[in-house]
Structure formats: C-alpha cells, structure tokens
Ligand binder design. Structure first.
Ligand SMILES: *Cc1c(COP(=O)(O)O)cnc(C)c1O
Length: 369
C-alpha cells in the first residue's frame, strides 16, 4: 500500500531548475540579494499586484522581522488567535510583546471580529490575525476597528498565497502580510517567506533587519539578524511560480473529490467556500463531531493504512507549556478555537494526489466500524 503523507512538495522539472541555477556557477553569487533574489521579488510584486515585496529565508523570520520593524514599545499587547501554528505567537513574544488571545469564529476559524474590541487596552498596539487554511479573515471589519482604535494590522497570510478577495490579492490587506514559502505550503521556495506592504518606508528597515542591521559598508544601525533568502531558494521560487496555477488547479480537483465523498455525511463538517474569495486549496480540513468515530480515531484509522492526516491546529498555542504564565493563556478562554482544535483533521492534499488516493482515504474514513 502506498504511503500518503499529508502534503507533498511541488517541484519544477529537474532540468528547468538546473537551467535557472546554472548562472550561479558562473557568477558565484549565492546569496545576499543577487540576481535571482531581485528577479523573484519583482515577479512576486507583479503576480500579487502588490507595491512592495521583501523576501526572507522563511515565513517565521519574515513575521518576526516585520513586527520588529514596527518599533512597538516592549511590553505592548498584540491581539491574535491561538488557532495557528506556533510561529505566529512566537513571533510576537520574541519581540518582547505580549500576545492577547482572541477566539475564532465557527465558520472559517479566523479571528472573531466581534471579540476584538473587548480585548483592546491602552497597551494594545496591533492585531495579528491569521488567514487560516487560506480562508480570509474579515478584512473589512478588522480594518475598521484598527483605523478607529489606531492599531497596526499585521496579517499572518502563510496559508493564503494566491488567494484574493473581490479581485484584490491577500497580499494587500492590513499594514503588512506575511507569506510562507515552506516546502509544505501551496507555493514553495524550499524554505522561504515574504512580507508584502504598501508603505515604501518599510523597505529599507526590512532589508536592514534581515541582514544584521547593516545599512552601509561601515554602518550598522539596528540589532538585526540573518534572514536573507538565498539565490537557490529564489531560483526555486521563480520556477515554481511558473507552474503555480496548474498546481492549484490539480489541488482543486482533489478537493472537489473529497467534497463529493464527504459532504453531507453525518458528523462530518467541511469548510464552506467564502463569498467573493478565490481559493488556493491549501488544506482540506474536516471536523468530526457526532461522527461514528472521534477525530483521534479517524486519525488512527488512517495511520493504520499508511495515510498521514494532521491535527492542525492542535494543541492551541494558548495551551503551550511556554505560554502558561500569560494572562490570557488556557484553551478554556477561547472555547470556539478549543472546540475545533479537538475535532479537526486536515486530510492529505497536494497537486499530485490522485482521485484513487482520495477515494482510498474517504473509503477508510467512511468504513470505520
Ligand atoms: C508555515 C506557517 C508559518 C511559518 O512559516 P515558515 O516559512 O515555516 O517559517 C507561520 N504561520 C503559519 C500559520 C504557518 O502555517
């Protein structure tokens, strides 16, 4: 029986990648904003219809750096959600800021816009919402709240590459948006990430922070780190971007098959497509509640036939050991997020997942005794 992992990285043709990196053997310029890096940044600005894109070696450091670039006073509060990957909460905390956990809504698992304002204090400086599974947050309401209360909005858009709302790319909401190009994401550069933003004044700050704070041959202006994307990563991005639309179309086909098999089954809830939002089919979440087996039993039944699903996101970040001292820690404070964290499973989804594979996965789930 073939092994089916939860994801499988998209790769360009081997020869196509070799052609792209051949020039690096001539230039011997392997990192530090070389030709591939510059070309890839420009292509992304065009593809995303976004004024500024700054590349990073991964999504986490992109998020951590853009929060640092905002220069918030230490100890300030940032409203975010716990139904996310560890990275979001860590990026806030590693900047000396305090995450304040807001619950998610039951429709698309993004931040519940109704519950943001009650968490705002005089220490609040920003909102870091997450576009979970490629579902977009309520960007209009979040903007209205942020404008009224003078807060920055920094989106964790790691899941939402190539998603748009009313024709506007997800790169263009809030003050900034971070994408992850990790090997497991819809679009990958092996490891990689980017920050997208309108305000051109951020460009020099981000480029400085990702390169040790260096501002000139003999000047270092900030306590930066090393978060530069290499030429090999950028070359992978250039190649993968050429095929992205096809890859998403293949994902769509697999997702459609899942829907045909699982929609309407008692005790299984699927995510409804959002109005005016194009999908990238990044994940296929299924919620098990009142199904003949629990989420953990479904997970185990799949594992028994060499299929790996993922409890994503579980546990919630507000129940991590390292956050237990926080005032808003504890899954009980975000009951909707806690409910989904205990019941959701993301099923395998990638471009090469065949209809037969989807059928095998669904047969396994539906035939659980
Ligand atoms: C993948 C991911 C990140 C981190 O991105 P990396 O590129 O792996 O560093 C951050 N937030 C979310 C929601 C993610 O899924």
């Amino acid at each position: 029986m073939n092994v089916i992992n939860v994801t499988r990285s998209s790769l360009p043709d081997f020869d196509e990648y070799c052609r792209e990196i051949k020039k690096l053997w001539e230039s011997r310029w392997l990192t530090n904003m070389g030709v591939e890096h510059r070309a890839f940044e420009a292509e992304l600005e065009k593809y995303l219809g976004c004024r500024n894109v700054t590349l990073f070696t991964n999504g986490h450091l992109a998020l951590e750096s853009v929060i640092a670039a905002m220069g918030f006073p230490k100890g300030s509060e940032v409203i975010t959600t716990p139904f996310t990957f560890a990275s979001t909460t860590h990026a806030i905390t590693r900047n000396g800021l305090t995450p304040v956990f807001c619950d998610v809504n039951a429709e698309d698992y993004t931040i519940d816009a109704d519950k943001i304002e009650e968490l705002i204090t005089e220490k609040t400086v920003a909102i870091v919402p997450v576009h979970v599974y490629g579902n977009l947050c309520d960007v209009d309401r979040i903007k209205a709240i942020a404008d009224r209360r003078g807060l920055k909005v920094i989106y964790d858009a790691a899941h939402a590459f190539a998603v748009s709302y009313k024709g506007v790319s997800s790169a263009n909401f809030g003050d900034t948006s971070m994408f992850s190009f990790h090997a497991t994401k819809v679009f990958n550069t092996i490891e990689g990430g980017a920050v997208c933003y309108n305000d051109g004044a951020l460009k020099d700050k981000l480029n400085c922070l990702k390169n040790f704070g260096i501002t000139g041959p003999e000047s270092v202006a900030a306590v930066g780190g090393n978060a530069k994307m290499s030429e090999f990563q950028a070359a992978m991005g250039i190649c993968n971007l050429r095929h992205l639309d096809e890859e998403i179309a293949k994902r769509k086909k697999a997702a459609k098959r899942y829907r045909e098999r699982l929609e309407g089954v008692k005790g299984i809830k699927l995510c409804s497509p959002q109005k005016d939002v194009t999908q990238n089919y990044a994940y296929f979440p299924a919620v098990f509640d009142g199904f003949k087996a629990s989420r953990d039993e479904v997970f185990a039944a799949l594992a028994a036939v060499s299929v790996t699903a993922r409890k994503y996101f579980y546990p919630l970040t507000n129940s991590f050991e390292c956050y237990k001292e926080l005032p808003t820690a504890g899954a009980g404070k975000t009951p909707v997020a806690a409910y989904y964290a205990d019941r959701v499973l993301t099923l395998p989804l990638y471009a090469d997942l065949s209809t037969d594979d989807v059928d095998r996965i669904c047969d396994t789930i539906l035939s659980i005794k």
